[in-house]
Ligand binder design. Sequence first.
Ligand SMILES: *[C@@H]1O[C@H](CO)[C@@H](O)[C@H](O)[C@H]1NC(C)=O
Length: 463
Amino acid sequence: MSLIVSEIAAFVGAALAGTYIAWSVLERIVLVAANEHLTPFASYSSLGVAIVLVPVFALLRRNHHYLRGTRVNGCKLANVYPHRDPILGLDILRISVKALKEYKLLELWDKLLNTYNGTYWFSSTGQWMLITSEPENFKTLLSTRFEDWPMKSLRQQVSILTLGPYSIFAVNGPEWQHTRAMIRPSFVRNQIADLECTDRHVENFLARLPRDGSKFDMDKLLYHFTMDVSTDFMFGYSTSILTSPTKESLEFMTAFDYLLTTSTNRARLGWLALLKPDKKFDEYVKITQQFVDHHVSQALAQEKMERPYIFMNEIIKSGASHREVRDQLLSLILGGRDTSASTMSSLFWVLARRPDVLKKLREEIAELEGRKPTWEELKNLKYLNMVLKETLRLYAAVASNMRTAERDTVLPKGGGPDGQSPLFVPKGTDCRFTTYSLHRRKDYWGDDADEFRPERWETHRPG
Ligand SMILES: *[C@@H]1O[C@H](CO)[C@@H](O)[C@H](O)[C@H]1NC(C)=O
């Protein structure tokens, strides 16, 4: 009932504001053109007031659209963050920046998602945005209503800036289908299991660990290791950062890392970025592109391609253009490298704190009696697999992501104070979905959701 009342109020408000604006503008035009008044009450019209009313009109109209969509689709209104500054949302921006500096942004989002029952609206520097941790909504965004939720706005800009416009992380619709079809066969054929290639780099990695018990930065070494593996896998040429990097390899890695860490902030500036040129950024984009271009040109010049499973060769064979190949390679280095390094880094962080887990893991691996496992054996190391799954659960490398509603649409959850009713989402809405929170939901994982407990995977079957 109250929904209809608010809807009518918003409609009447928008109609009144719109009429007043139109009337004032017409009065003005007629006065200038014919030096006459349009209506007898002309003295009450005012262009100044009309201009002030424009944003009010826009706001009421949008509000009416949301309320009406909610009613027509049998939805309920979602919770709204209780802003002290509902116009620009600077209050939530302030606590977010503070949390980000303390490396606690994901924890803050998680806390708020729990408070507002899994889904809520907030103002992101003036734009209303949704955030959710509901499993049903994830499924809708990424599968059942995939077409309604393309990658747009910030999410797309970041990818275009760093990886290029053809990147699988930047395209939508038919272009996405096309790119996916291009990459897919290489994944299948390689079975992502070129163990020999990985093994060479594992040896290099182990050789870099100090034997005298001194402290070292494992995170850094893991990022070097995965850069070496992924370039080897992609180009058939490794950057060899761990052993004997060339100047170009080091430059490439430095540039790539800089782009990844700064691109989000750069994309956030939007068109303002034009006012704040970043020479280093532009130069580093060139460096990464040149590095990849060099290898693509070499491969193209080759008569026959020697090593059978080189990702780049597979993509080239699919007939993609040089630029497409480049953008895909950069994307896959990002996709294959940072995710593995980050996951392993989290894994060792946990193992350092959990001697019980480490002991069990060692016992299982001891069954191999020092042999290197085959692909089959690797898959059958049950405890290792559970430990990896548990690491991916608590420390998902892509902890949060975003999509934008291409049209008016409905999410299955998030409506009503308890967040359990369907939610109407107007076209143009950005929706953030956080895997970090999804993977910590107590209603789904149990009261020990925050705890690292590999044994939960003995019974748990991901749905
Ligand atoms: C969340 O849901 C519970 C009932 O399930 C309700 O009591 C509480 O008020 C809701 N929280 C908010 C912020 O609406």
